[in-house]
Design a protein around this ligand. Structure first.
Ligand SMILES: Cc1cc2nc3c(=O)[nH]c(=O)nc-3n(C[C@H](O)[C@H](O)[C@H](O)COP(=O)(O)OP(=O)(O)OC[C@H]3O[C@@H](n4cnc5c(N)ncnc54)[C@H](O)[C@@H]3O)c2cc1C
Length: 413
């Protein structure tokens, strides 16, 4: 394994870092002010479109997509340090057209979409003209076990008719969001992992109702995590992504890169929190010394540095394994890093908040936003416990298959 940055990464990283310094960090405040001034909490601020056109002009666009036909053609390992830098600001990914859930949706459209689907939906997504959402989780069923999904799509001639209830369809309130990829049951009698399919539903289809953005940490603005009802929603059969029954295999293809991108961004968010923590510690005086001179604060800083670097190495390893052996072979590492990175992120931001005292829980620093993103990450794209279960089951299987004198048979002990 060689985690030396590739030539492509070495070229793009300073450009990206410079762009963040010159354009993205200064735009964070402007972004909030423009939304506030509009009086509409879902307003799409013009500063974002300005950032997008500048980023695109500099070739900092669609960097996430390994598919060279549609994107930058970077490997996951090439992309990891770049995505990390984007993770330092919660508005950055959209500026580079690299934000969830579009990245995952674009990946599956590129991989499984028909020519027509690509022309109609992938092209404008790659262009940054529209945005998308992914609609799988349902309020009435445990989202951690998608074989329990109930939303139905019934074939009627050349169409599917969809009925169901979803929530946490993130991004659906974005002013540019035009298309949902919906996980639906097409054959309830099939074996569990062949029951579901993924189907494209334009947001303006009659019967698709955005009920409400579900408030998350008391916030229901921005792109929204939407409750959605599908009532007699009729879409052409040609909107099926892949074949009927492929829903779970497409979901796996989507979640691998989607999850690791979250982890890459988590490293960047944690780095920014650590920078803020160190800066505060060096400028705040109390009880006879700077905070930076107190043992406990030094311990937090040291722990944070070590935990971030450990998580980064695991991200790079998972990315390397995906590139070299494929997404399926890297499932264990992706599950491991999803849990490790999200928990590390939460701990580091929490320490940074504590170091800031009361200011740490205000909106005067980016820490509160980073903290909520970190906390959400422990649930979104699979809760910690489910990833731990996947990792543990593989370990148990591995040891059960071991043929070694190092472990005597249980009965003989
Ligand atoms: C901010 C946010 C954005 C999201 N965006 C999207 C989106 O865009 N599209 C979408 O479809 N979904 C989205 N989700 C939903 C997310 O994927 C689900 O919340 C997640 O899969 C868990 O499902 P659930 O909430 O129904 O929890 P449940 O399945 O009810 O699980 C509840 C808890 O039970 C425990 N648990 C579950 N399984 C096990 C197990 N095997 N062993 C031990 N404990 C277990 C865990 O602690 C888990 O948190 C989002 C969630 C959040 C918070």
């Amino acid at each position: 394994m060689d985690f030396e940055y590739s030539e492509k990464t070495k070229t793009l990283l300073p450009k990206l870092t410079d762009f963040m310094e010159k354009h993205v960090y200064p735009a964070e405040k402007v972004y909030d002010e423009q939304v506030e001034a509009s009086g509409d909490k879902h307003f799409h601020p013009p500063v974002m479109e300005e950032l997008k056109s500048k980023a695109r002009a500099q070739g900092l666009w669609n960097l996430f997509l390994p598919n060279a036909e549609h994107g930058a053609g970077l490997t996951n390992l090439d992309y990891a340090p770049l995505s990390e830098v984007m993770g330092r600001s919660l508005i950055a990914s959209e500026a580079f057209n690299c934000s969830a859930p579009d990245t995952g949706n674009m990946e599956i459209l590129a991989e499984f979409g028909t020519k027509e689907q690509k022309a109609k939906w992938l092209a404008p997504l790659l262009d940054g003209k529209i945005r998308s959402c992914f609609s799988m989780t349902e309020p009435e069923q445990a989202g951690s076990d998608p074989t329990l999904l109930k939303t139905r799509a019934v074939r009627q001639g050349d169409a599917y008719v969809i009925d169901g209830h979803k929530w946490f369809t993130s991004n659906a309130m974005h002013k540019h969001c035009k298309i949902a990829i919906v996980m639906v049951v097409t054959d309830p009698e099939a074996e569990p992992h062949r029951r579901a399919s993924q189907i494209l539903v334009p947001l303006d289809t009659p019967g698709m109702k955005l009920v409400r953005p579900v408030p998350v940490f008391n916030y229901d603005g921005g792109e929204g995590h939407c409750e959605v009802r599908y009532e007699n929603v009729k879409v052409p059969a040609s909107n099926m992504l892949g074949k009927e029954g492929d829903g779970f295999s497409i979901a796996q293809a989507r979640l691998g890169p989607g999850r690791i991108h979250h982890c890459m961004r988590a490293i960047g968010g944690a780095e920014r929190a650590l920078d803020l923590m160190c800066q505060r510690a060096q400028t705040r005086f109390t009880h006879g010394s700077m905070l930076a001179d107190k043992g406990i604060i030094q311990h937090w800083i040291a722990q944070s540095r070590m935990e971030i670097d450990q998580a980064r190495l695991l991200v790079l390893y998972a990315a390397w394994k995906m590139d070299r052996y494929g997404k399926k072979e890297a499932r264990q590492e992706i599950s491991m890093v999803k849990t490790v990175a999200a928990n590390m992120y939460q701990r580091v931001v929490d320490r940074a908040m504590q170091t800031h005292g009361a200011m740490g829980v205000t909106n005067d620093t980016p820490l509160v936003q980073l903290f909520s993103y970190a906390r959400i990450l422990r649930l979104a794209d699979g809760p910690d416990e489910v990833h731990n279960q996947v990792v543990a089951r593989r370990e148990l299987r591995r040891v059960a298959q071991l043929k070694t004198a190092a472990i005597p048979a249980a009965a003989a002990r």
